[in-house]
Design a protein around this ligand. Structure first.
Ligand code: GAR
Length: 208
């Protein structure tokens, strides 16, 4: 059966992209295949990771676009060129408009480095999330994978995993532990789950 065609959207280092690539290579996503890595940032190291894995890359430089509408239109063109079924936001630091998310209902997922609904929404991204958790003094945090809709970090939750906060944690040590113990596990799991659902819905009849 044809596989679900996945685009991973990135902005930076791409450790979550690497976890997705490694899981795919290990046979943990039998129903999906990453066919495109798309970045808003031409200098994202995630692009190098994709190239090393032999995955096609594209850049839509957000800062060079005159408007959000132009940025999203160019991204849509890239996604359509590659016949993408499923979009994974893996450290993608841009908020998407309702017009964009409505075009892909239950076809976009995101990994967020906290237990939603804590420390999420506009302004909570990357290290800022861990700074906020430490400042608040919570003893447990974690990561969430959710569907993406028009509300930042507001779509239906797919998977969550809790991670302990230690007394000596800094934002950096906490970020690393949340990635290692939660994000890099639940993002590939969610990718496999959604790939299977889409494959069955979209390509299932072709095998009958
Ligand atoms: C990850 O911790 C990811 O959860 C977070 O940024 C980091 C990107 O790291 N994403 C957000 O905060 C989105 N709201 P990576 O580029 O190494 O995967």
């Amino acid at each position: 059966m044809l596989k679900t065609r996945i685009a991973v959207l990135v902005s930076g280092g791409g450790t979550n992209l690497q976890a997705l690539i490694d899981a795919q290579k290990a046979g943990k996503n039998p129903c999906g295949e990453i066919v495109l890595v798309l970045s808003d940032n031409p200098n994202a190291y995630a692009l190098t990771r994709a190239q090393s894995a032999g995955i096609a890359t594209a850049v839509v430089h957000k800062k060079a676009c005159a408007s959000q509408a132009e940025f999203e239109q160019k991204m849509k063109e890239e996604l359509e060129k590659s016949n993408i079924d499923f979009i994974i936001l893996a450290g993608f630091m841009c908020i998407l408009s309702a017009a964009f998310t409505a075009a892909y209902p239950e076809r976009i997922i995101n990994v967020h480095p906290s237990l939603i609904p804590s420390f999420c929404g506009k302004g909570f991204y990357g290290l800022k999330v861990h700074e906020a958790a430490l400042e608040y003094g919570v003893k447990v945090t974690g990561a969430t994978v959710h569907f993406v809709n028009e509300i930042p970090d507001g779509g239906k939750i797919l998977l969550q995993k809790a991670v302990d906060i230690l007394p000596e944690d800094t934002p950096q040590t906490l970020q690393k532990r949340v990635m290692q113990q939660a994000e890099w596990l639940i993002l590939p799991q969610a990718a496999a789950l959604v790939s299977k659902t889409i494959q069955e819905e979209k390509y299932g009849h072709l095998s009958k």
